[in-house]
Design a protein around this ligand. Structure first.
Ligand SMILES: *Cc1c(COP(=O)(O)O)cnc(C)c1O
Length: 362
């Protein structure tokens, strides 16, 4: 078949192992998944109610302009509605950014390791990824600035960065912004921004009106507990948003996602409980992982890295037999690291117990 080489060469994204698949393969039940950075407490109950209330309208197309959700978000974020583009997860916004602005041969600078979708989308769009290694597990903005050339069209900064959980400081970010040419788009992916405790963390939205093209990505998949619904958005200057609106499908966010996201924005009790659960869970996990004698790396997100000091793929498999799904970081270039996200208190306990058994302590 005649497909472009860059399409034939795409490596499929490997998602966290679904619970159903593990239980089918191992003939076990009661397993837990701490592998996809999902919200431990479930979906927002207000979102669930709103979705139930919308079911009888499923014969209708959704509002392609996303009027209600757009207005609510614009008000909350203090931006104009025409600066927001909603998508089928923020993943779709990544795809749309590449499809709209990247032509064959254009260069896109990104940290590595980071979210694998950047590289996949850029390759699928015929662009060239310039991958810049992290420094001390942190996005190395100085090294990224050195990679800017006349062919650079876009730069991704994942803040905090997945899979390392680290942030760049406001000072480093503002220095970097000065190095960005005015015709280059800087995409700041803030999928985990709600979990950040470090006050030095910059917020992409603060630079929306700067003289540089800063696009901020946010999602309802993590702190709002709606990963299965698929909804996220980008905030950018109107000129960029207008172009993406021409490229996107007219009904790219579905009717249930629109009402669910709108209701989740009003669910302060759920949001606060999520943040509390994640922060308490992290502090518990840090303590227990140290007790096992393993090194961990503090995070600003709902997941963190642990150096298991041995082949992480082996640890991953042994954890599976105990019904605990985590991620081995081999494919991300850290063969002795695992990534785990915070679960409910009882899930965290189970993870720690299983990990202790697997590494021979506990
Ligand atoms: C989870 C995650 C997202 C969210 O993607 P959705 O498509 O909104 O579910 C985006 N970026 C990063 C880095 C993530 O880890």
């Amino acid at each position: 078949m005649n497909v472009p080489e860059y399409i034939a060469g795409l490596k499929p994204y490997v998602p966290g192992k679904p619970i159903e698949e593990l239980e089918r393969e191992y003939g076990i039940s009661d397993s837990i998944k701490l592998a996809s950075n999902e919200n431990p407490i479930g979906p927002s109950p207000k979102a669930v109610d709103a979705i139930k209330g919308a079911l009888m309208n499923l014969h209708r197309y959704p509002d392609g302009n996303n009027y209600q959700l757009g207005e609510r978000l614009a008000d909350k974020l203090q931006v104009a509605t025409n600066q927001i583009v909603l998508g089928n997860g923020s993943n779709e916004i990544i795809e749309l950014l590449v499809r709209t602005f990247i032509q064959k041969g254009d260069e896109v600078i990104m940290p590595a390791p980071s979210f694998l979708m950047y590289e996949i989308m850029v390759q699928a769009g015929g662009g060239a990824s310039v991958k810049v290694p992290l420094k001390d597990l942190t996005v190395d903005l100085e090294a990224m600035a050195k990679c800017i050339t006349g062919r650079t069209r876009m730069v991704f900064v994942n803040n905090p960065n997945n899979p390392t959980g680290t942030i760049v400081s406001r000072d480093a970010f503002e220095w970097f912004l000065k190095q960005i040419p005015s015709e280059v788009i800087l995409v700041v992916d803030e999928a985990y921004i709600e979990f950040v405790r470090d006050k030095r963390c910059p917020i992409g939205l603060d630079y929306l009106d700067s003289d540089k093209m800063v696009v901020t990505l946010r999602t309802f998949s993590k702190a709002y507990g709606l990963a299965g619904l698929r909804i996220g958005y980008g905030v950018m200057r109107q000129g960029l948003a207008d172009l993406i609106h021409r490229v996107r499908q007219p009904f790219n966010t579905n009717a249930l996602a629109q009402v669910g996201a709108l209701a989740a924005l009003e669910d302060d009790a759920f949001f606060n409980e999520t943040i509390r659960t994640v922060h308490e869970g992290l502090d518990f996990l840090y303590d227990r992982v140290s007790s096992i004698g393993l090194r961990y790396f503090p995070t600003q997100t709902n997941f963190f890295l642990i150096d298991v000091d041995r082949d992480s793929q082996g640890v991953f498999e042994k954890m599976l037999t105990r019904g605990v799904i985590i991620r081995a970081m081999t494919a991300y270039g850290y063969p002795s690291f695992i990534r785990v996200n915070v679960g409910l208190a009882e899930e965290n306990e189970r993870f720690v117990k299983a990990l202790g058994e697997v590494v021979g302590i506990g």
